[in-house]
Ligand binder design. Structure first.
Ligand code: CP
Ligand code: NVA
Length: 314
């Protein structure tokens, strides 16, 4: 029932979803996964539909999972590097949006500036999906929540620790999702790297209703002590390359390594949206350990992409 309300809508932020809609999308993702393993890969819910994908930055998981999801749902996905579109020569986003809108049934976009997505969504009548911006990565958060539930059950009973860049796009979306579902999120980060205030404010509003807790600390041990989930992402996101040296220096106390994970529960899971930089935010032994669920997490990008596309474009 909550899925009907999503039809034709954009997915720019996890904040766009009600807790019920978020849960319904996750349930549908589990459904797609079950059917996938029963051999039902082709489910033609989107036959004749065309998704356009505009990428300003590199991508493996998002690009391929969206494309495969469209194909398995009976539709088509077209990939465009933003640089090769007239967009790359300065054609305004609002003009591009109104033209592509006439050809396509939906647009996914990966952009440097979140504002570009807002403008795209404002001018395109078809659903616009955030495929990562500097501010958020909602498609990743859906797969993250699905993975946490799959491995650990009810999120509201868990302690989740995120270590590293507190203003990371992946963390922002995960934080908004946990705030809607309940659970305890510890964010261990350095001064100057706290979550963006507008995201924290949204998360805190939802947390009051769900009894979620969001705690920011400078102490990595406090964050991982007895944690069920340890999550990290790169210290230098796409677009931040010029700040590399400073970020590596400031965030180095937050590396997820064998010494630190000793403080977590024995059966904790290690998560990372990938791509990972071994030796920076995580060590090789942790990401390759039996506690690491990163490949299942990456797989869940496919099942959650199907749920989003089937519901928004269906
Ligand atoms: N996690 C993720 O979004 O990966 P890509 O950058 O490869 O799409
Ligand atoms: N925070 C990373 C995520 C990549 C999927 C980045 O924006 O580069």
């Amino acid at each position: 029932m909550h899925l009907k309300t999503l039809r034709g809508r954009d997915l720019i932020s996890i904040a766009d979803l009600s807790p019920e809609e978020l849960r319904a999308l996750i349930d549908l993702s589990f459904d797609f996964k079950r059917r996938y393993y029963l051999g039902e890969r082709s489910i033609p819910l989107l036959s004749g539909k065309i998704l356009g994908m505009i990428f300003e930055k590199h991508s493996t998981r998002t690009r391929v999972s969206l494309q495969v999801a469209m194909l398995q749902l009976g539709g088509v996905a077209l990939y465009f590097s933003a640089q090769e579109l007239q967009l790359g020569r300065g054609e305004p986003i609002k003009d591009t949006a109104r033209v592509l809108d006439r050809y396509l049934d939906g647009i996914a976009a990966r952009v440097y500036s979140h504002k570009s997505l807002i403008e795209l969504a404002e001018y395109a009548k078809v659903p616009v999906i955030n495929a990562l911006s500097d501010l958020e990565h909602p498609l990743q958060a859906l797969a993250d929540v699905m993975t946490i539930i799959e491995k650990k059950g009810d999120i509201s009973k868990l302690k989740i620790a995120f270590l590293g860049d507190g203003a990371d796009n992946v963390l922002h979306s995960l934080m908004l999702a946990i705030a809607k579902l309940g659970g305890k999120l510890y964010i261990a980060t350095a001064p100057g790297y706290d979550p963006r205030p507008e995201i924290l404010r949204l998360a805190e509003e939802d947390a009051r209703k769900s009894n979620a807790q969001i705690i920011i600390t400078r102490d990595p041990i406090e964050a991982v002590r007895d944690a069920d989930v340890i999550y990290t992402d790169v210290w230098v996101s796409m677009g931040q390359e010029a700040e590399r040296e400073r970020r590596l220096r400031d965030l180095s106390p937050y590396q997820v390594n064998a010494e630190l994970v000793k403080y977590a529960k024995k059966d904790y899971i290690f998560m990372h949206c990938l791509p990972a930089r071994r030796g920076e935010e995580v060590t090789e032994d942790v990401i390759e350990s039996a506690n690491s669920v990163v490949w299942d997490q990456a797989e869940n990008r496919l099942h959650t992409a199907k749920a989003v596309l089937a519901v928004l474009l269906g």
